[in-house]
Design a protein around this ligand. Sequence first.
Ligand code: KE4
Length: 432
Amino acid sequence: MNLEKSATAFEDAKKFMPGGVNSPVRSYFNVDGNPPFISHAKGSHIFDIDGNEFIDYVGSWGPMILGHANPQVVAALKKAVENGTSFGAPTELETQLAKLIQKFYPSMEVMRMVNSGTESTMSALRVARGFTGREKIIKFVGCYHGHSDGLLVAAGSGAATFGEPSSPGVTKGTAQDTICLPYNNISAVEKIFEECGEEIAAVIVEPVAGNMGLVPPKKNFLPGLRKVTEKFGSLLIFDEVMCGFRVSFGGAQEKYKIIPDLTCLGKIVGGGLPCAVYGGREDVMRNVSPDGKIYQAGTLSGNPLAMTAGIETLKILAEDPSLVERIARKTADLADGLKIKAQLANVDVQVPQVGTMFSLFFSQKKIRDYADAISANSEQFKIWFSAMLERGIYLAPSQFETLFVSSEHTKEDFSRTLDAAEEAFQVVGKNF
Ligand code: KE4
């Protein structure tokens, strides 16, 4: 595969941006090789500047559930841009998107638009602390909620579990208020609550974890979180930035029938433009400025172009309520096909799938938490990833990411993907 123009572009980009990218994972630092530089995308396919065409399972890390350059979204944006790109003033578009969101996430009684998933989770945690007057939060090892300081925290050493900074620049003072626990381990959560429940403002969780690879919740995990947070007066925050609209149209809260106090949405909600949302119980959210004293603001929050893309995307999904389910069935078939191809090559894989999301671990055992995820064979993943890219299949360049199927992926796409996977698993099999 010719990637010469991308290689040149990458060298140029590195002179101006760390790693030549504006988000680390795109640099392919987790896998050997240079990232293709993209020229355009359409439907389920993405094209690089060397003229290579790929079947895309990254989908901009989740937003593109309708595929790239959806004609209805593009037409609406072309019209909207003629009216101006940003006003810094209220528009009816914001209310229109809020109404659409609330129709499918009724737990979001009151909400606030922001520009990224990071902003949504950072703001939701500030609201939880402001509302409860408490300082500690619980997150789970392997879950990613964006890069705000209090969330760039690794599990503390020993049993303490009180967080330690996972990035330079995060202070010990910040990290110490974040308790990190193993995902899917409800007894560890109950134990901490028994020790210091009255100090805990909130538990934030990816109800379907997608940032250590895809790890579904154990049956008792989410109900257990709901029960213990209610018992101790802490808030339960569902970070559905990735799994919202994907594990079910109404997200994990609809799929697992657990109602959080606050929800964070992103990615799909902006149709691929910078938009995210946090919201939930009215008695909590009315504490946000200017109704209340908890401050949060943003120059481009509720931007008319982002609102337009989000509205059109959610309108299309709402007009065809079984669409997400149909994409989920395609995703399940693809996951089954990948398992079969791996078996043919005598390669051990796990291919977890929930709704329109799936991922692939080179492991014999079921992956239930971060410790399991990092025990998977990342060297085999690297070989498989490169072999798939060579064959025109564009996957996330890390085993600790999730892959996404869109409405535009076709039977032909899946057949080509499985043919490529059969060869790629053979390559792995030969190397191990
Ligand atoms: P952003 O700030 O990247 O918009 O959203 C942060 C975020 C919050 N919550 C969840 C569950 C998320 O998955 C994310 C961001 N996801 C990553 C993909 N693993 C974005 C890709 C990237 O960082 O470049």
